[in-house]
Ligand binder design. Structure first.
Ligand SMILES: Cc1cc2nc3c(=O)[nH]c(=O)nc-3n(C[C@H](O)[C@H](O)[C@H](O)COP(=O)(O)OP(=O)(O)OC[C@H]3O[C@@H](n4cnc5c(N)ncnc54)[C@H](O)[C@@H]3O)c2cc1C
Length: 415
C-alpha cells in the first residue's frame, strides 16, 4: 500500500509493478502529481507554480520516456535586468555567437566569465549531489570559488535563488554543484503539454485499478492504513510517500524531528495577445528590487501553454507575500521591465501561492545523510525530503522505497 501519488509514490509503484506485485496507491487529491500539477484554465496550461525540468537528471532519464514528454528546450542563459535594461547572459557553448557579441557587456567581468568556466570544469561528470562538501552553503561556496559579489548578486542570487526558493543562498553547496552540472549537461525544458505530463506518464503505466484518488489517509502504522472516511485497510507493506509536514503528522512513531517551515513561492499568470519580443529565455531580477524574481513567456517555449493567438506569461516571486495589492505591485515592476504599452495589454489570469513548495531542512543539510527508506519492518517512507529536493530526488527516493520492499520480500529487483 502506497500513500501519496506524487513523483516519489509513483516511482515506488513503478518498482513494485515491474516485479509484478499487487499494490494500491491511496492519493488524497483528485489527480496524481503532488507538487507537479498543471491546471487547464480557459485553454491555458497553468503549472502550479513556475517550475522546469532538467533533462540531464539521471533518475529521470532512467524512468521517463522523453519522446513521450515532447520536451521543449529553454534558451541556455538568462536576460538579466540590471540598470534599467536587460542584459543577455548566454551560455558560450550553446550560443557562442551571442556570447561573443556580449563578451564585453559590462555587467559580468571577464574574471567572472572565466570563473564560470572553471565551475563547469569542477562539476563536469557529476551525477548526484557530492557528499564531501559537508553543510557548506551556496553563497560561501561561490565566494570561496572566486566569484565576485556582483556576479553572485546579479546572476546566482536570482537564478539559483529562484530554484532554491530562497535568495540568501543558504542552500547546500552540494545542491548548487549538482544543479549546475545538470544545467550544464542538458539545459532545461518544459514538457510541451505542461509539467503534469511527467507524473501522468508514470501513472498511465500503473496496473489497472491500482490507483485510488480522493482517498486521504489520516493514520498509518505497520500493516494498517486508516482513511479520513474511517475505512481501515490492511497491507503487509505500507509506504508513506507524502510531503515532510504530512509525514511528520502521519508517522509520529518514526521519531522524525518536526520539520522547519517550508519554502514557499508565488506565481502570477498573465495573458496577452501580443508576443513580447525575445527568445524562450528566463528573465531575471538582477537588481534584486523585486518582488518578481523571474519572468518566462511560457507559450514561447511551447505554444500548447496558450490557446491559438494568445500568450502565457509567468511572473514568479520567492515566498508568499500577503499584499492585497500584489498584482498592482507586480505590474509596476513589469512596466519597468517591458514598458507601459506592453504591460497595459496583459490580463491577469490566476495567482498561485504555494506555501509548502519545498522542505527546508533537507536543503541545508545534504551532507548529513538522507532519511532511510525503512522505518520499521513493513513501514517505509519516501519523498524529496528523504533524498534531495528535486524531481530527480523524489524519483530516487521512491525507487529506493520500492527496492526496500522487494528486499524485505526476498525478491530480485527488476528494472
Ligand atoms: C512551485 C514549485 C517549483 C518547483 N520547481 C522545481 C524545478 O524546477 N525542478 C525540480 O527538479 N523540482 C522542482 N520542485 C520540486 C519538486 O516538484 C518536488 O521535489 C517533487 O515533486 C516532490 O515529489 P514528492 O513525491 O516527494 O512529494 P509530493 O509531490 O508532495 O507528493 C506527495 C503526494 O502525497 C499526497 N498526499 C499528501 N497527504 C496525503 C494524505 N494524507 N493521504 C493521501 N495522500 C496524501 C499529495 O496529494 C501528493 O500527491 C518544485 C516544487 C514546487 C512546488
Amino acid at each position: 500500500m502506497i500513500v501519496g501519488a506524487g513523483l516519489a509514490g509513483l516511482a515506488c509503484a513503478r518498482v513494485l509493478s515491474a516485479a509484478g506485485r499487487k499494490f494500491t496507491i491511496l492519493e488524497g487529491s483528485n489527480a496524481v502529481g503532488g507538487r507537479v500539477r498543471t491546471d487547464h484554465v480557459e485553454g491555458f496550461l497553468l503549472d502550479r507554480g513556475f517550475q522546469v525540468f532538467l533533462p540531464a537528471y539521471p533518475e529521470a532519464r532512467r524512468v521517463l520516456d522523453y519522446d513521450g514528454l515532447d520536451l521543449r528546450p529553454i534558451y541556455r542563459g538568462a536576460d538579466v535586468f540590471v540598470k534599467d535594461r536587460f542584459h543577455r547572459m548566454a551560455d558560450p557553448l550553446a550560443h557562442p555567437l551571442t556570447a561573443m557579441k556580449n563578451f564585453r557587456d559590462e555587467i559580468v567581468s571577464l574574471r567572472d566569465k572565466w570563473t564560470t568556466l572553471l565551475l563547469r570544469k569542477e562539476v563536469f561528470g557529476l551525477r548526484q549531489p557530492p557528499r564531501d562538501l559537508g553543510d557548506m552553503e551556496t553563497e560561501d561556496y561561490l565566494r570561496d570559488f572566486g566569484f565576485s559579489e556582483t556576479m553572485i548578486d546579479r546572476f546566482f542570487r536570482p537564478f539559483f535563488g529562484g530554484i532554491f526558493l530562497e535568495k540568501d543562498l543558504r542552500t547546500s553547496a552540494a545542491m548548487l554543484q549538482f544543479l549546475f552540472a545538470m544545467f550544464d549537461r542538458g539545459g532545461s525544458a518544459l514538457p510541451a503539454h505542461g509539467m503534469q505530463a511527467i507524473p501522468n506518464q508514470l501513472a498511465v503505466a500503473l496496473p489497472p485499478g491500482s490507483l485510488r484518488l480522493n482517498a486521504p489517509v489520516s493514520g498509518v502504522r505497520a500493516g494498517e492504513v486508516t482513511l479520513d472516511s474511517g475505512e481501515v485497510l490492511h497491507a503487509d507493506h505500507v509506504i508513506v510517500a507524502v510531503s515532510e509536514e504530512t509525514a511528520h503528522r502521519l508517522l509520529p512513531q518514526s521519531g522524525m524531528p518536526a520539520p522547519l517551515p517550508s519554502r514557499s513561492t508565488t506565481c502570477l499568470y498573465f495573458t496577452t495577445d501580443e508576443l513580447p519580443p525575445g527568445d524562450p529565455i528566463i528573465h531575471l531580477d538582477g537588481d534584486g528590487r523585486g518582488p518578481v524574481n523571474s519572468v518566462m513567456v511560457l507559450s514561447r517555449i511551447s505554444p500548447h501553454y496558450a490557446p491559438p493567438g494568445r500568450h502565457l506569461i509567468s511572473a514568479s516571486i520567492i515566498g508568499s507575500p500577503s499584499s492585497t495589492e500584489l498584482e498592482q505591485v507586480v505590474r509596476d515592476q513589469m512596466r519597468r521591465w517591458f514598458g507601459e504599452h506592453t504591460v497595459a495589454k496583459w490580463r491577469h489570469l490566476r495567482t498561485y501561492q504555494i506555501r509548502h513548495a519545498q522542505p527546508e531542512g533537507r536543503q541545508l543539510k545534504l551532507g548529513s545523510g538522507a532519511f532511510p527508506a525503512v522505518i520499521e519492518p513493513g513501514l517505509y517512507r519516501c519523498g524529496d525530503w528523504c533524498e534531495d529536493v528535486s524531481i530527480n530526488g523524489a524519483l530516487i527516493s521512491g525507487r529506493k522505497a520500492g527496492e526496500a520492499v522487494m528486499r524485505a520480500l526476498g525478491e530480485p529487483i527488476q528494472d
